[in-house]
Design a protein around this ligand. Structure first.
Ligand code: RB5
Length: 155
């Protein structure tokens, strides 16, 4: 699984802590470091940059950190075929994969402590889409997404 991470100014420290944590468990993650290359960038540009790479299948899953996790989730969800959710508890992070089949986890560095954030990321990485009763719901989401992005296409 190819993983990617990025953060805005509010999320930089948590991003580094998570990279260190994953490294210590042998999980490789690519840091896009958009802010390092574009110092004026804010969460919409940073989140968009990562989400497009998920859309283009350069990476399988991504983590985006900002102050609340909300702005990053909002912008990532604007990119076609990308599904993101903000999670600050382990149960939601598991369901984000198992029920919703989302590729992007977002978190707020001003909301969650570093130890909980590590546990959330670990749970999210271990979880996979469960199929079953969730399949038709995710398919419906994708159908409606297609209608939204391509309104002139017949369903
Ligand atoms: C700070 O720019 C803050 O607005 C941002 O990190 C994020 O929380 C937005 O959703």
């Amino acid at each position: 699984m190819k993983l990617v991470i990025d953060a805005d100014d509010a999320g930089l420290k948590l991003k580094r802590d998570l990279i260190d944590h994953l490294g210590s468990t042998g999980v490789e993650i690519q840091d896009l470091n958009y802010l390092g290359k574009t110092p004026d960038a804010t969460y919409p540009e940073i989140g968009y940059n990562l989400a497009v790479k998920i859309k283009d299948e350069e990476y399988d899953r991504g983590i985006l950190i900002c102050g609340t996790g909300l702005g990053m989730a909002m912008i990532a969800n604007k990119v076609e075929s990308v599904y993101a959710g903000s999670c600050h508890d382990v149960y939601s992070a598991e369901r984000l994969r198992k029920s919703n089949d989302a590729q992007v986890l977002t978190m707020g560095a001003r909301v969650v402590g570093v130890e909980l954030a590590k546990t959330i990321v670990d749970a999210w990485l271990e979880a996979e889409f469960q199929g079953g009763g969730s399949t038709s719901k995710v398919e419906t989401m994708r159908r409606l997404e297609n209608q939204s992005f391509h309104p002139n296409t017949q369903l």
